[in-house]
Design a protein around this ligand. Sequence first.
Ligand code: ADP
Length: 218
Amino acid sequence: MKREFAVIGLGRFGGSICEELSQQGMQVMAIDSDEERVNKFSSIASHAVVADATDELVLKSLGIRNFDHVIVAIGDDIQASILATLILKDLGVNKITAKAQNDYHEKVLRKIGADNVVHPERDMGRRIAHNIISKNVLDYLELSDEHSIVEIAVNEKLGGKTIIGMNIRAKYGINIVAIKRGNEIIVSPQADELIKIGDVLIVIGADSDINRFEKKVL
Ligand code: ADP
């Protein structure tokens, strides 16, 4: 069965989620209180409706409860974002992802039961900062306040060694979960796998340990 999504708020963030989900062949209902925005999405999403997401009756009449996943992408109007999330939760929506504007907003969204809270500007800022600090850090995904997954380009210092030879688990407490080599991806590589220059290591661990590894090795 095709999964069904609803995206509330069709600004830059919600709009791009809506476009991408539609492009991936998903059923998407696009919702916004602004008619012009909704019109833009009428040919992209499966359905596009003008609706105020802070109105419980309206959300009920859209059958929002039956969607597998609802994304609350209301931008600056924090009050509307919180109220919409609360109503969705009350109506028993299976999964809610909400966009937070700041840390307090994030806290409230979590408290009222949003399953997933995203903070795109902050997260992207952090990723870019990591890229800027070290040209070997290609990408960065925050798992929690203290843990991340990082993609590290293998340079001359790392290349030519085996995983066991680098001894990174014992020395730094971090793990290589995969190696990208051209188009190939080696998942859970063996300890005797030879690391080559140009490989990309995908490592997981505590931020402090990953930082130590970055500084020492890169
Ligand atoms: P972004 O930063 O992602 O561009 P915007 O603030 O531009 O975010 O977009 C948020 C969207 O949410 C706007 O299109 C706005 O009309 C919509 N929106 C705001 N309040 C509501 C509401 N109560 N119900 C539905 N849509 C809303």
